[in-house]
Design a protein around this ligand. Structure first.
Ligand code: ADP
Length: 307
């Protein structure tokens, strides 16, 4: 029986200006999974540690994502999935995406890579649809491709891996509060003004240009969100103070990670990212809330085999 153990990375989606289209991959935060091809056909979640999540195949994002892959593969295959969760569900750093991306990546690897990374993104999106009701790709794309990614189009799916400047470091704070996805979605308006759209697509272009030219100042100027952040940030305690602390201590930019409650700050260099982490910690220490802080370089490969 063929088996591999993998690291399934956490991801930061949206990156301020790129709601539902931009994301990037973390290196030091992620789940572990063991994926095995079995004699008995069908997909089974055989172990799930570190979180209270459903083990039924059709209720677990890893299960439905692998089922989507096997349906396209067309041969009768058996897959056993062990999940060791380190990323808390609902944290806003791609917990569900790590499971679905990790599972399809590993099965594709064990089957000698019949599918392209782009096709894997499509299968993993079936998991995202189960998790949030919306088949978004801004977490699964960076988890599978690594680095920074852009979903240029959803129909047809067109995912692009962008350039990653080597000095970028991400600091993420995860306040241990529940922000219901339904609440995070309900505060968003379905219509934007032309003025907001112009502002936002200027920033998306600026951010992508900044990544390719390694212009850190331009990256910083472009990490601005005039559409979603003003509405969603009210759901996150101390958001304004965290952002102010991060920016005062040298971050290039700071915003909501995914649909929150995590907040990300992007910095140039580990020293600055560590100072930003300390400053954010001080803000949250005053709240009495539990929280985790992660500091990570950008992971340019995505899912990887471990052990
Ligand atoms: P995050 O905000 O960290 O990206 P999501 O909101 O995307 O987290 O996903 C969490 C939801 O997905 C929860 O409702 C959880 O029950 C469901 N889920 C199902 N299977 C998994 C899994 N293997 N890992 C994480 N979440 C899962």
């Amino acid at each position: 029986m063929k088996s591999i153990k993998i690291f399934a990375p956490a991801t930061v989606a949206n990156l301020s200006c790129g709601f539902d289209v931009l994301g990037c991959c973390l290196d030091t935060v992620g789940d572990e999974m063991v994926i095995t091809l079995t004699q008995e056909p069908g997909v089974r979640i055989t172990k799930l540690e570190g979180a209270d999540l459903p083990m039924e195949t059709h209720k677990n994002v890893a299960g439905v994502a692998v089922e989507a892959l096997l349906e396209k593969y067309g041969k009768s295959i058996g897959v056993a999935i062990e999940i060791y969760k380190k990323i808390k569900a609902g944290s806003g750093i791609g917990s569900s995406a790590a499971s679905s991306a990790g599972a399809v990546w590993a099965v594709n690897h064990l089957l000698d890579k019949p599918f392209t990374p782009q096709e894997l993104v499509g299968f993993a999106m079936v998991g995202e649809k189960l998790a949030s009701g919306n088949a978004h790709a801004d977490n699964v794309a960076p988890a599978l491709l690594g680095g920074f990614t852009l979903v240029r189009s959803y129909t047809p799916l067109d995912v692009i891996k962008l350039h990653t400047p080597k000095d970028l470091v991400m600091t993420v704070i995860h306040p241990q509060i529940e922000v219901k996805t339904s609440d995070a979605r309900s505060v968003i308006k379905q219509k934007v003004t032309l003025q907001q759209a112009i502002h936002q697509w200027g920033n998306v272009g600026g951010l992508i240009s900044g990544l390719y030219t390694e212009d850190y100042e331009l990256i910083g100027r472009s990490l601005e969100d005039v559409i979603i952040e003003p509405l969603r940030s009210i759901l996150i305690p101390e958001f304004k103070n965290v952002k102010e602390a991060a920016m005062t201590h040298g971050a290039l930019g700071c915003g909501i990670s995914g649909s929150g409650p995590s907040i990300f700050a992007l910095s140039k260099g580990m020293d600055t990212a560590t100072k930003v982490a300390d400053a954010i910690r001080k803000v949250y220490n005053t709240t009495g809330l539990d929280f985790d802080i992660h500091t990570s370089i950008i992971n340019n490969y995505g899912v990887k085999i471990i052990d």
